[in-house]
Unconditional design. Sequence first.
Length: 138
Amino acid sequence: MTGRCELRLNCSAMPDRAKPLRHALGAFLRAIEIDADVAMDILTAVGETVVNVIEHAYGHVARSSSGLVEVVALAEKAQPLRVDVIDGGAFVHRRVPRPGHGFGLRIVRAIARDVSIDANDTGTHVKMLFDLSDPRDP
């Protein structure tokens, strides 16, 4: 990859939108020639984040008028890939774990080099940085 490449996607935060977002991000990662194993990890982490938005951010809004989710990927030569997932909903702070739930953010943190979450009254902004080399390579 040379220079700077950016992908910006906006769509409704509905369950049927997660798959097209993932496919578009996958096409972007292939276009900038990211290793297939690294790309799969990135798609897993971003997919978990998008699903969290769809399932939790707009819980107070009727499903027929759901809010938006935005995915922004920025690739620059010799820099980690940055992917932001932004919504206008509420971040869910779980004080009591629910059996069988709560693995999404742990998965994201295990894959990404860095994860930061900015949650306030206007929505949530999850910023993820990913190394573009496969750590399994010698």
